[in-house]
Design a protein around this ligand. Structure first.
Ligand code: PMP
Length: 659
């Protein structure tokens, strides 16, 4: 097999030389003899630390560009290798690494990298899987400039590598058919022709999962993985029984409630949390990913914040007059956030967004609101959803939803309501980035029409950038709303903006409540922001998020599910999006995936809101659980029994947009 592979590689035009790198174990001595017989250089190095082996082999050759082909690819295509080398050299200044992407059949894998990148990985990579599989550190750590090429059509379902006997049978058959006619001169096209003539060939090894070896070592690293297999949820169910008939909907926050989880599989009540881990009332441990809907940015019970809260508590929590910390935190927000000339506090995100809308209405003397995204529970917004009973019709008539990245949808609102729109309120970023100057266009359109531009950064502020997502995106609104991350889980929100507009709060607008200046949350906000400034928290969120998102999407394509399951968004906050599989609805697909992740100790809701406490080990634990979830899901899809595999009532929607 090896000789065949070498025979094919020798047809490449763009390789200066071929070296065989193997292990120094006695059993591999024969490989060195083969290299010798073929007149090729060889290198014998570590069995497990293959990164070290490849690095030393490349160093021995004084290579400055390294093409890595693994020895299990006897159908490697010389034309593909040459194209990859050419593409890498053409982009030499902008790339450290170029690999074949998931649309290639497995077994055509070609990786081209600079020696410098290999050397850096050799210095920096520490994990067993990164050492054993050579390049994961390069393409997952986010520290290198990497790219992947696509094949001209999606051949991800084909498996031409050799790990199992069935793989070997397939490859031997291909050689028997094509070698007598072409010698080594056959490539993807000729093999595909053969598959067309003999369609049963694809079935020989299609049951084997792509990139098995890498996936296996991921799960080895997460030894605890199967620990949570048999869990009791008895106490969760007991509390739930007590809540029935007492707490309408059973929950204070719909997206934390049981409708968002597979009944009987997910815990209902959590009791304790530390760092990135949580424990349910039955003592089961999970890695937390929703992190209290994105509120916990540093980690649960984070020492600097807990300490600040405790200290404040000992000198008072709520006072009968103002407290200086209101001034201090306002100054901190003003010093960080570009649009924040004046600052007011609230408790929930909805306080800030509702305050902003009232300010805009007072400032413009108009009533209508154009909105885009989710903005909270108040009449002026929630009326546009299916959960709008109790909202008066006149409130619903004042609100108009527009669509992200579709400027025409906002233009239509202004055209239909000339001189009547008080505010354009939007989440400036959700999962997709603005395209084609969308944010600039929205701003211009709002201002041309005399409306106030409000950014709802409740979910995104203080997560992507300390100056808010608007600083990250480079467009300043008139008003901005913050919540969630700003105080590491303590209830506080912020309404900030241009002085000229905010000033209306000083006069005729009522925005005032008992707990507006509650001091524990303000102390927590100050401590959280200080910590974020000092510790490079946001860089950590990007790094962990990249590791999670890249590997997630790689797993999805390894299981051939990239069309149905995708991890979207920017690394500090990503979402797993599921789509229908045939007639099976997306929420059912999600339910099975969620069930399998939760069983393995990962609290999965679809949102990854990472914190400063998430470690690379946490991420790998999560990935190992996801790998199992993908395995179960892909099997269920093949067998057509996704629904049967779900062990309780599946996930339900909170509401649907109806506007
Ligand atoms: N705006 C956005 C973008 C949000 O994500 C949320 C909460 N998920 C809100 C507003 C409302 O915040 P709260 O639930 O704290 O009232």
């Amino acid at each position: 097999m090896l000789e065949h592979q070498i025979g094919r590689l020798q047809l490449c035009q763009r390789l200066d030389g071929i070296l065989i790198a193997t292990s120094s174990l006695p059993g591999d001595a024969e490989i060195l003899q083969i290299a010798n017989r073929l007149g090729l250089n060889s290198f014998a190095g570590s069995e497990d630390d293959v990164l070290d082996r490849i690095y030393k082999a490349a160093k021995q050759e004084h290579a400055d560009v390294v093409v890595r082909i693994t020895g299990d690819c006897p159908l490697i295509d010389p034309a593909v290798v040459d194209q990859m080398v050419g593409a890498f050299l053409a982009r030499r200044d902008e790339l450290d690494y170029l690999g074949t992407g998931p649309t290639f059949p497995e077994g055509l894998d070609t990786e081209v990298m600079s020696f410098a990148a290999l050397e850096r990985a050799w210095h920096e990579a520490v994990k067993k899987s990164e050492r054993e599989h050579v390049t994961p550190y390069i393409f997952l750590s986010g520290r290198f400039r990497t790219a992947r090429t696509e094949y001209e059509r999606d051949l991800a379902h084909l498996r031409w590598t050799v790990d199992h006997e069935s793989d070997f049978s397939l490859v031997r058959h291909i050689y028997e058919q094509l070698f007598p006619r072409f010698g080594y001169n056959f490539g993807v096209r000729e093999i595909l022709d053969l598959f067309q003539k003999e369609p049963e060939l694809a079935a020989i090894n299609e049951h084997i999962v792509r990139n098995e070896g890498f996936l296996k070592s991921l799960s080895e690293e997460s030894g605890k993985l199967e620990m949570v297999k048999v869990r009791s949820l008895r106490r969760s169910e007991e509390y739930w029984a007590r809540a029935k008939g007492l707490i309408p909907a059973g929950t204070q926050t719909l997206s934390k409630g049981p409708t968002q989880f597979v009944e009987g599989v997910a815990p209902k009540y959590l009791q304790r949390a530390q760092g990135s881990h949580v424990w349910d009332v039955d003592g089961n441990e999970y890695i937390d990913l929703p992190m209290a809907l994105g509120a916990i940015i540093l980690g649960h019970n984070y020492p600097a914040v807990s300490e600040a809260i405790l200290q404040q508590m000992q000198s008072g929590t709520s006072f009968s007059l103002m407290h200086p910390i209101e001034v201090e935190v306002s100054e901190t927000v003003r010093s960080l956030v570009p649009c924040a000339q004046m600052v007011r506090f609230g408790k929930n995100g909805s306080d800030a967004t509702t305050g902003a809308v009232r300010v805009a209405r007072a400032y413009t003397g108009r009533e209508k609101v154009a909105h885009c995204g989710y903005h909270g529970w108040h009449d002026w917004y929630i009326g546009c959803t299916s959960r709008n009973k109790g909202v008066p019709h006149w409130a619903i008539e004042q609100q108009f939803a527009f669509t992200y990245n579709r400027i025409d949808s906002l233009k239509e609102i202004f055209a239909a309501n000339p001189g009547e729109v008080a505010a354009v309120i939007m989440e400036p970023f959700g999962v997709t980035l603005p395209e084609d100057g969308f944010l600039e266009k929205v701003k211009a359109l709002a201002h041309e029409n005399g409306a106030v531009l409000i950014y709802d950064e409740v979910a995104t502020g203080f997560r992507f950038h300390l100056g808010g997502i608007h600083q990250y995106l480079g467009v300043d609104p008139d008003l901005a709303c913050f919540g969630k991350a700003i105080a590491n889980g303590m209830p506080i929100s912020v309404l900030a903006g241009r002085a000229e507009i905010m000033q209306v709060l000083a006069e005729e607008v009522f925005y005032s409540f008992t707990f507006g200046g509650e001091c524990l949350s303000l102390a927590a906000a100050q401590a959280t922001i200080n910590e974020m400034r000092e510790k490079n928290v946001i860089a950590h969120l990007w790094e962990m998020g990249r590791r999670l998102q890249n590997s997630f999407n790689r797993l999805a394509s390894d299981y051939g599910l990239q069309k149905h399951v995708q991890c979207l968004g920017l690394p500090p906050r990503t979402f797993v999006s599921f789509s229908d599989v045939g007639t099976v609805p997306a929420l059912i697909v999600k339910s099975l995936f969620q069930q399998e992740a939760i069983k393995r100790g990962v609290l999965f809701t679809g949102a990854h809101c990472l914190s400063y406490s998430h470690t690379p080990e946490d991420i790998d634990f999560v990935l190992a659980a996801y790998q199992k979830a993908f395995e179960v899901l892909s099997k269920a899809i093949r067998q057509g029994n996704i629904e049967e595999k779900i062990e309780g009532r599946p996930v339900q929607p909170v509401f649907r947009a109806v506007n």
